[in-house]
Design a protein around this ligand. Sequence first.
Ligand code: ADP
Length: 151
Amino acid sequence: PGLPVVLGDNDKIVQLVANLLSNAIKFTRSGSKVIVSAERGEDPALITDHRFRAYVKVSTTDEGIGIAPENLEKIFEKFQQVEDHFTRSQGGTGLGLSICKEIVLHHGGKIWAESTVDVGSTFSFTIPYEEKLPGVRPAASDAAPRQKLVP
Ligand code: ADP
């Protein structure tokens, strides 16, 4: 509830979330849970005297095989797969997360993973947007640009 509308490329953000969900399912044994959550956050730095930067953070959490700490950044590089029996048996190209990272960076956001081996992983990304300070009348130059809306 209360999530803002953010501007972005609808198809690419669907591709991004689908990729994270397909990994969450792929690296999790059947019968366990995958949770998706979304929340609004604020960056305290003002970008003008009446606007500041906020973001929507989306996370997928699984109860899967997990990722060792030394691989948490590597997996976002092209063709990087954690070399273990389970990963190899699942197939894949090792490209999905590098595409996710490209999409998020083009939206000005961040993407990262937190994980515990044999417990599960959480992948999170942010999509930033600008918000007006409450009670401040917007200047004419603040009119929203015409772009596709992502609910
Ligand atoms: P692919 O899934 O095609 O191998 P990705 O770029 O999507 O390629 O993922 C890279 C690697 O990161 C995977 O091969 C796997 O080792 C690891 N990985 C990604 N998502 C998860 C996850 N949810 N749980 C455990 N490992 C994961």
